[in-house]
Design a protein around this ligand. Structure first.
Ligand SMILES: C[S@@+](CC[C@H](N)C(=O)[O-])C[C@H]1O[C@@H](n2cnc3c(N)ncnc32)[C@H](O)[C@@H]1O
Length: 356
């Protein structure tokens, strides 16, 4: 039983979290309006200068700058100066987190993700009552793909795949390997692999038309569109064959029919082909209270991943907290002979090889 101290501690915690949520919304504004990037690239600024640089209104920007400095996200040269002449700067140590989308520590897109999750809360209230799915959100703005992008460009093909020697060898050898990235999102995993392994060809598949359109544009811009294609297909309907490797990254738990998808993926494999599943790093068993990262994944599960998988009478309704035992069950039901957890360390993700 809780004590009155526990009661006050909980009240304090929720108040702190409300402040944190509001701070994340101000990060959303900084990210969307390019305010952090303008400070990083063009140096310290008064509110008028930053407004001029970013095409924004000075009074709004001044309030934002003062909030950011008061919150320790920006430095200010002289707190006692007149508001109009105070100069604000982004500390160099914060640039990777707030202004460099290529850095694996970039977190400004959390603002975009959290704002996006909040947009359909009223519909989610109704969905909890009916058991249906809330209406899907449009792809933009979408922070998750941007969050994964630097991870894929910096780690997927430069660190994670090389840590699986048999796969790494196959991706470098002849005949050139054929890969499929199922539920490819905006294509960054396929692009990163194509850049690191110049012989492979990759087909990305996703059921979201906007994501596939973005993936095509991203591949074109990255200069790999001659070896990387993207198509709109439901994973459960895939009929293509002959792939040496199929990847499913941060997506199996999103699929309403993961066993059907895995059955289809198994049929796509060439002889000796394997499947790499990357999904959320969650505890082996339900734990309460749980670690911060488990709570983070559960929050996304409640707000986004589970709702997105509802609205299908046959849904497996997995949610983001897909435990290793759940994946093993899906893989076994889909006809795979083994699921091998891989010893790749990451704060958020787990890696598995599915053996046909
Ligand atoms: C969290 S995103 C991950 C995207 C990408 N793999 C990445 O890591 O950036 C999940 C993706 O799964 C896709 N998806 C969900 N169910 C699917 C299905 N049945 N078939 C194909 N794609 C699906 C969604 O459209 C979304 O792009």
């Amino acid at each position: 039983m809780g004590t009155t101290d526990d009661t006050q501690a909980l009240a304090d915690r929720l108040l702190r979290h409300a402040g944190a949520a509001l701070e994340i919304y101000t990060v959303y504004l900084g990210e969307r309006l390019g305010l952090y990037r303008a400070l990083a690239e063009q140096g310290p600024a008064t509110s008028a200068e930053l407004a001029e640089r970013t095409g924004t209104a000075e009074r709004y920007v001044r309030e934002w700058l003062e909030h950011q400095a008061a919150s320790g996200l920006l430095d200010v040269d002289d707190t006692t100066a007149e508001a109009a002449v105070r100069r604000f700067s982004l500390p160099p140590a914060f640039v990777p987190v707030l202004a460099d989308p290529d850095d694996v520590r970039y977190q400004a897109h959390q603002g975009v993700e959290i704002a996006r999750a909040g947009r359909r809360l009223p519909e989610l209230v109704e969905a909890f009552r009916t058991g249906d799915a809330p209406p899907p959100l449009p792809w933009e703005p979408e922070g998750r793909a941007e969050w994964n992008r630097p991870l894929f460009l910096n780690l997927l093909a430069k660190s994670w795949l090389p840590a699986i020697p048999e796969l790494d060898r196959r991706l470098r050898s002849d005949p050139p390997a054929r890969l499929a990235d199922v539920a490819c999102g905006t294509g960054w995993a396929a692009i990163a692999i194509a850049q690191a392994y110049p012989r492979v060809t990759i087909d990305g598949y996703d059921l979201d038309e906007d994501a596939v359109a973005a993936a095509r544009a991203n591949a074109e811009e990255a200069g790999v569109s001659d070896r990387v294609t993207f198509s709109v297909v439901d994973a459960a309907q895939l009929k293509q064959t002959g792939y040496d490797l199929v990847t499913i990254i941060e997506a199996l738990h999103d699929m309403s029919r993961p066993v059907e998808a895995l059955q289809g993926v198994r049929d796509m494999l060439a002889d000796d082909g394997t499947v790499l599943v990357v999904d959320e790093l969650v505890e082996d068993e339900f734990t309460a209270p749980a670690s911060d990262i488990e709570r983070y994944h559960y929050s996304w599960s409640v707000l986004s991943c589970l709702p997105d998988a509802m609205g299908d009478a046959e849904t497996a309704a997995t949610g983001a907290v897909m435990r290793p035992s759940t994946l093993r069950r899906y893989a076994t039901e889909a006809g795979f002979s083994d699921v091998r957890p891989l010893p790749i360390l990451n704060d958020y993700l787990r890696f598995y090889l599915l053996i046909p």
